[in-house]
Design a protein around this ligand. Structure first.
Ligand code: FES
Ligand SMILES: [Fe+2]
Length: 378
């Protein structure tokens, strides 16, 4: 019997931690400060690669409140620009809309841009003093791909994203080769942090998700490093041949794949869970993977995108069971998050504490938001 026991230290400071005030989830001024201090300063997940435009096409999105135009040139290079015409600020394309061709035409006065963002022609502009089309390209934004997800940074000079060693824990997991089996995006009635907190703890699972079997002595180690929070199930279960098996293997470590054949057919029984600050949540199971990312609309409205992936050739019934299990769990989380948001919207503070082991992930979220807000939160 292989037994690996890994020491997982708790974070310093959690015993003195208190919950965040209601205003941090409901006040429009606080929300705007978060946009500036978090969403405009971090790499944001903006989609799966399959959400990106094809060669010679573009698509408008909103990311961290910014109007963004994603453009793939005919050679296949993907770029991101502010979706703002350099004449008088018209959007080149409405959010959610697509276009294709050799030139992008502004709908207002028909200035034309190439797919590399440069201004090709400023129709009828006359002779503004010092005007040179070379100075009026679309403003570029940072863009990078990690695994199969695309990330955007509001600062075009930003370095490549680095999510830290915990993100490498799923290096051996073949998510790029998996097939997309569910794609959903919904506007939800809560602040983005409410869902991030919910995702980052397992404390609520027996109560909010009673159908998930937590009776098998699960442990739930959790590590935080930089922008990444990483948690994983450590099932302690009888096996047919070896009595009891305790598995504390990071995905990609030798033997981890065996967990896929652990004696369980119960969704959420064996998994790894990554939170990439501030907006990507990633579940990695032996037979499926679920990615969720968020776009904040206001203090109490958030778009939640979900994508579920399965291995090629996966049994259709098993995939359907995964889809319905994940949908049920997600909707249960959505309901409790919406309820919590109603308290925040009423301006009532819980003045609470955090469970010192179970809510290490909530502490991770709070540390990041407190650090990012600094004086802006006063
Ligand atoms: S605003 Fe785009 S051409 Fe005038
Ligand atoms: Fe949950």
């Amino acid at each position: 019997m292989d037994v690996t026991v890994r020491e997982v230290p708790g974070p310093e400071g959690i015993t003195a931690a208190r919950t965040l005030p209601a205003a941090w989830y409901s006040n429009p001024a606080h929300f705007e400060a978060e946009i500036q201090n978090v969403w405009r300063r971090q790499w944001l997940c903006i989609g799966d690669e399959s959400d990106m435009p094809a060669a010679g096409a573009w698509r408008a999105i909103v990311a961290g409140g910014l109007p963004v135009l994603l453009v793939r040139d005919k050679q296949g290079a993907l770029r991101a620009f502010l979706n703002v015409c350099r004449h008088r600020a018209a959007p080149l394309c409405e959010p959610g809309d697509d276009g294709s061709g050799s030139l992008i035409s502004c709908p207002y006065h028909a200035w034309l841009y190439r797919l590399d963002g440069s201004l090709a022609r400023a129709h009828g502009v006359g002779e503004p003093e010092g005007f040179d089309t070379a100075d009026f390209s679309l403003k570029p934004l940072g863009l990078a791909t990690w695994r199969r997800w695309v990330f955007l940074h509001a600062d075009d000079a930003a370095k490549a994203p680095h999510f830290g060693p915990m993100a490498a824990a799923i290096a051996g997991y073949p998510v790029e080769a998996m097939h997309l089996v569910l794609s959903e995006s919904h506007e939800r009635p809560f602040n983005w942090k409410v869902l991030l907190e919910n995702y980052s703890e397992n404390y609520h699972t027996p109560f909010v998700h009673p159908e998930i079997d937590t009776s098998s002595s699960h442990d739930y180690p959790m590590l935080a490093d930089g922008l990444t929070l990483y948690a994983w199930d450590r099932p302690l279960r009888p096996t047919t041949d070896a009595g009891v098996r305790m598995a504390t293997l990071l995905p990609g470590e030798p033997g981890w794949e065996e967990l896929g054949s652990a004696p369980t057919a119960v969704p959420y029984d064996v998994g790894s869970y990554l939170t990439l600050w501030p907006n990507l949540m990633l579940n990695v199971f032996p037979d499926a993977s679920l990615a969720m990312w968020m776009e904040p609309l206001s203090a109490n409205r958030t778009v939640v995108h979900r994508r579920l992936y399965a291995h090629p050739g996966a049994d259709a019934d098993a995939v359907a069971a995964q889809v319905s299990a994940h949908r049920l769990v997600h909707l249960q989380d959505i309901d409790i998050c919406a309820s919590v948001q109603r308290t925040h919207d009423a301006g009532v503070n819980a003045d609470g504490v955090l469970a010192t082991v179970e809510e290490r992930g909530v502490f991770f979220v709070h540390q990041h938001i407190r650090r990012a807000m600094g004086d802006a939160a006063q």
